[in-house]
Write a protein that binds this ligand. Structure first.
Ligand code: FES
Length: 567
């Protein structure tokens, strides 16, 4: 098989000429023949002025290139789409599959023998892993790492659990306009990803647990020297992989590694977004992903990591406490220890070398968990026939079994316009319902599931209410919030049938969410539902609308999930 510069020659009808021409152009960059004969390691560049979470990517690329060259390889950096949570309209999730397609095709089309994907901000690692799984070239992931923490008036702060908490305080009138501006500059004090156990940290932990990145890459802060050394080590390993042509993602993304990812997701108090992304990654690798598996694992796995939003600390503290290898040691009996890792050996070997840190309270022992059960529970019922999720570790205990009157918002726009209206008929024990916020309905399944507490209730001291939707929620958020209701309302899911004043019962211990309206009435309502709105007529928006799958299938596009190993 052709390697290095000889791979995937452009079609001119004369292979020798194609190689000649390729070398003509690449020599314009000053490369020698010696350099061009080396195994090639592609490195994705996801730096952008619009993506501050990736602000250290140029440094990581530099260190990774050094590692590649020290091992005798030839690094070649190429750009791909990059996505930041706060700079993506209508929502970053709308673009995840576009980034996955871009990354996959750039890996396929350019001559490289292995690839390093560098990402971190929420949707980027999932997109890159989905791409790597489909391209199935030897690939190694290098997360950008979390931010360091901020401080305000003696309090430790972090993006973005504290962004929400502080903003909530401002809405309730406890923090004035001047102070919230000062806080605004202190919540994200460095480049890197959100330093709580949000989606970025969740995906970095899952990536390491699946053996797709080197040990410790999930939690070392973005700005630490150790992060650069890990980048160098990643480069070295990628050069070895370019020579050996192994391991390929298909050897690493397996039922065992998906199981390990679920155990870690539950034990870290991970983001609900991790569920959608794992389903998509599994789909790319041709592995059946079952929400029941997630729930079953969650019943056995306690939350052990004491990080916000479920606990107290931040990612840098997790690193100082021994990081993911130390956590996995605590969960050894629940993990599939023979799962291989990209650095060589197995996850069991990584656990053997885990560092023991005395007197730390970030990684709890099994007999002193933060929560007795895993972070995420899967709910079913007449309101969610194909499932819904709740982050029980970040929910209010007193609301875990609750019956309340529905207060319905028909869209994100409707919610924005009415939720703070003094005329809104709402009480603290009502259930706020948002619909048309799913994969097709919004579109893109935005993180609108964290419905704000109506201002008049927030000002009266209400901190949490039962809220439910077909949307997602930021992993940094907290509250008794049912998400990913499937099927979504825009495709006729039962959420479309709820009316103001209907009673809804949430019962997390029994894993159910029920609309307390009799079946005959629901049938009547279904018959008079308005026809679905016409979708977009062109471009990516049309592709998205026509092909996006529901949350339980990872919101991937239907034409991308075939098993690459079957062809
Ligand atoms: Fe990038 Fe939170 S906004 S990780």
């Amino acid at each position: 098989m052709a390697r290095g510069m000889r791979k995937g020659l452009t079609s001119y009808g004369d292979q020798e000429f194609s190689l000649f021409l390729r070398k003509v152009f690449i020599k314009a960059m000053g490369y020698s023949d010696d350099a061009l004969e080396r195994p090639i390691v592609g490195i994705t560049n996801t730096y952008s002025d619009f993506n501050p979470c990736h602000g250290n990517v140029p440094d990581l690329i530099e260190a990774a290139k050094r590692g590649v060259m020290l091992a005798g390889g030839m690094p070649m950096v190429f750009p791909t789409i990059t996505i930041h949570e706060s700079f993506a309209y209508p929502t970053s999730m709308f673009l995840r599959n576009l980034m996955a397609m871009d990354t996959e095709e750039m890996i396929r089309t350019q001559p490289m023998d292995s690839v390093i994907v560098i990402g971190g901000c929420d949707k980027t690692l999932p997109a890159q892993i989905m791409a790597a799984a489909s391209a199935n070239l030897p690939a190694i992931v290098l997360p950008v790492g979390p931010m360091v923490v901020g401080h305000h008036r003696g309090e430790v702060l972090g993006a973005c659990t504290d962004c929400r908490r502080m903003w909530g305080g401002h809405r309730a009138g406890d923090i004035d306009g001047d102070e919230i501006e000062i806080i605004n500059a202190r919540l994200a004090p460095s480049v890197g990803t959100c330093m709580v156990m949000g989606t970025a940290s969740t995906m970095a932990c899952i990536t390491e647990a699946m053996g797709l990145s080197l040990p410790y890459t999930a939690a070392v802060p973005a700005t630490h020297a150790e992060r650069r050394r890990l980048a160098e080590a990643t480069g070295r390993r990628a050069a070895e992989m370019a020579v050996s042509d192994t391991p390929r993602p298909s050897a690493l993304i397996t039922e065992d590694s998906i199981h390990n990812a679920l155990v870690i997701l539950q034990s870290i108090g991970g983001s609900t977004n991790g569920v959608v992304h794992l389903a998509a990654i599994a789909g790319r690798a041709g592995i059946k992903f079952d929400l029941e598996m997630l729930d079953k694992v969650g019943r056995d796995v306690p939350v052990l990591v004491n990080l916000k939003p479920s606990g107290q600390h931040y990612m840098e503290h997790f690193h100082h406490a021994g990081g993911l290898p130390r956590l996995m040691r605590e969960l050894r009996d629940l993990l599939r220890l023979n799962a291989p890792v990209v650095g060589g050996g197995t996850i069991g070997d990584v656990i053997e070398r885990a560092e023991e840190v005395p007197n730390q309270d970030v990684i709890r022992p099994r007999d002193k968990p933060l929560k007795a059960q895993g972070a995420i529970a899967v709910l079913r019922g007449n309101l969610a026939p194909r499932g819904a999720v709740i982050k029980q570790s970040a929910a209010s205990k007193e609301l875990m079994v609750h019956t309340g009157r529905a207060v319905v918002f028909d869209s994100v726009q409707d919610m924005t316009e009415r939720v703070d209206s003094p005329d809104l008929d709402v009480k603290a024990d009502d259930v706020l319902v948002l619909r048309n916020a799913g994969p097709k309905g919004a579109p893109g399944m935005p993180e609108a599931g964290y419905l704000p507490i109506p201002k008049k209730l927030a000002r009266a001291g209400v901190k949490d209410m039962v809220r439910m939707s077909d949307a997602r929620m930021s992993g940094t958020a907290f509250g008794t919030i049912v998400l990913h209701i499937t099927p979504e309302s825009a495709v006729g899911g039962p959420l479309a049938l709820v009316k103001n004043g209907d009673m809804i019962r949430l019962d997390v211990p029994n894993r159910s969410v029920e609309l307390l309206v009799d079946a005959a009435e629901l049938e009547r309502r279904a018959k008079v539902l308005p026809a679905a709105k016409a979708g977009p007529k062109r471009g990516y928006a049309k592709l998205f609308q026509d092909t996006v799958l529901q949350a339980d299938q990872g919101c991937d596009f239907d034409f991308l999930i075939e098993d690459p190993r079957a062809t």
